[in-house]
Design a protein around this ligand. Sequence first.
Ligand code: FMN
Length: 324
Amino acid sequence: MTGRRRAATGGVDLGVTAAGIRFPNPVLVASGTFGYGLDYTGIFDPGRLGGIIVKGTTLAPRAGNPAPRLCETPAGLLNAVGLENPGVEAVIAHHLPALAPLGLPVLVNIAGENEAEYEKLAERLTGQPGVRALEVNLSCPNVRKGGMAFGTDPAAVERLTRRLRKRTNLPLFVKLSPNVTDVVEIARAAEAGGADGLSLVNTLLGMAIEVETGRPALGNVTGGLSGPAIRPVAVRMVYQVAQAVKVPILGSGGISTSSDALEFLMAGASLVAVGTALFADPLSPLKIIAGLEEFCRDRGIRRVDRLTGVALPGRGGVAEACRG
Ligand SMILES: Cc1cc2nc3c(=O)[nH]c(=O)nc-3n(C[C@H](O)[C@H](O)[C@H](O)COP(=O)(O)O)c2cc1C
């Protein structure tokens, strides 16, 4: 960080290096909630984010699931979008070139129906301008084939990660499903397969029923629950996984304030992603960045990355970060 930039942030270095990538700050936007990165340009400058994770991208275009696709729940949102996207060729031709000038790390979220599709996606996206990493979605609860079917079996996670590792030199963030009994086992499998980072968590499988009609509220019947309702589950999973792996963690699940983001960092995440909160307040990522900076400045913490994992067993809490 330059002297001028550091002065502008009150002497706090918000930059984070994870998986060999320098992020200007630790606050990214979560896949599927920020389109291809430019939907919000009328509201704020996306160049102020720590990075952008683009919508789930598949080999062929996908129409997604039947409507209704969204349903509000107490402190949460059920979605069953079903990975609607224009396919990787359109993403390469139209969306990535528009994002590249921002100069931010762009992570492309990929989803396949089988291992070969994931491999083709990885190969196709390697070397594309602006793409700094792949987020491998092994955890989408809203598509019948692929996705969560891979993400719940440790052997399948390790095998697929290993195959992808051979096909690309891009860092791989493997995105884990919370819909498992033992997330640590899956995290270890991804690390063993060569993941450079782990993203957790994706949405929790849920459903709602429209009582007036007695029919499921979502066209897909079940959907993925996101938002504040899932935050304690996500923080717990980050905390467990951080004790089991060495690779950096990108935490998500119900982050809407800087205090929420701090919980994830303290539980062991190096980076966080804001998703559902964007729908209620598109400016929330910027408020979170400002709040992290203020938290550090008020306590004399010079670098935000000093906070990662301070809540873990044997670590010294916020006092440890202040000493750094
Ligand atoms: C409408 C919607 C679409 C999503 N699409 C994707 C996707 O394409 N790929 C993916 O890996 N995760 C997807 N997610 C999951 C989010 O990236 C995020 O991991 C999850 O929602 C938890 O964070 P949040 O509670 O802040 O939203 C989607 C979430 C929502 C709400």
